[in-house]
Design a protein. Structure first.
Length: 247
């Protein structure tokens, strides 16, 4: 092969390699970022299971500030206990799951936290849809199911974190989904007259109360009238006797 031909071939090969590398980087970059959940050896109906969540940052200008998780069927927010996470981050239950949020992380820093589930449901796999919020307000929605996450066929979707479970251990049983507050033993049963606060009786009045007669009139009234009559009668008698004596 002549030298000019060899040089041209080498240059062409180098150019094609550079283009291939650039395409690989461009296509692999977005697909690399994802959110995952892990629990080593997790089985259906296991109790007090620690789940480790990790969310990769894919922003070049903002840090992750919040993660919101939508819990799968069979797990309620009350079943979740927060164990640890980024410094200053707090756990808060929501109507459909929970959030873990706090001061924004450094640009490019991934977020990782751990929660404990009271009991895993009897299922083969669990899907934890996650909304990943950055300090600039951008939100990555990791909510797609496996068939939706194929995206354009090159893995550019936003798959939700998935946890595969082994079969339940022999004899494992489902417990209450979340702790319930039991009524105290001293509380009276409902539906009875004793439950009504208005039914409480006031202190009984003395049966032999002499301050009122059957008509409700105070006894002091007739006694007072009788005393007046006696005084007036005595005065009249004394006045008459005095006149008789003087005559």
């Amino acid at each position: 092969m002549r030298r000019p031909t060899l040089v041209r071939s080498l240059r062409l090969t180098g150019a094609l390699s550079a283009v291939a590398f650039a395409v690989a980087v461009a296509t692999a970059g977005p697909a690399a970022a994802h959110t995952e959940v892990e629990a080593e050896g997790a089985r259906a109906l296991d109790q007090n299971v620690e789940l480790t969540f990790s969310a990769e940052s894919e922003s070049a200008s903002a840090g992750i500030s919040k993660l919101e998780v939508i819990l799968p069927e069979g797990i309620t927010p009350q079943d979740i206990s927060y164990e640890k996470g980024p410094k200053g981050w707090k756990f808060a239950p929501t109507g459909r799951g929970y959030t873990v949020s706090g001061p924004k992380l450094a640009v490019g820093e991934d977020a990782e936290y751990v929660v404990t589930v009271r009991q895993l449901p009897d299922a083969k796999e669990l899907v934890f849809k996650t909304l990943q919020t950055y300090s600039d307000g951008k939100v990555d929605r990791w909510i797609e199911l496996e068939e939706e996450a194929q995206g354009d066929g090159h893995g550019h979707g936003h798959p939700a974190p998935r946890l595969e479970l082994k079969a339940a251990a022999p004899g494992a049983q489902s417990v209450s989904p979340s702790p319930t507050e039991e009524p105290t033993a001293s509380a009276p049963s409902s539906g009875t007259a004793s439950d009504e606060p208005a039914a409480e009786e006031s202190p009984a009045e003395p049966v032999a109360d002499n301050t009122e007669d059957d008509d409700g009139m105070s006894v002091a009234v007739p006694l007072g009238i009788g005393a007046v009559v006696l005084v007036l009668g005595g005065g009249v008698w004394w006045f008459r006797n005095r006149r008789s004596g003087s005559a």
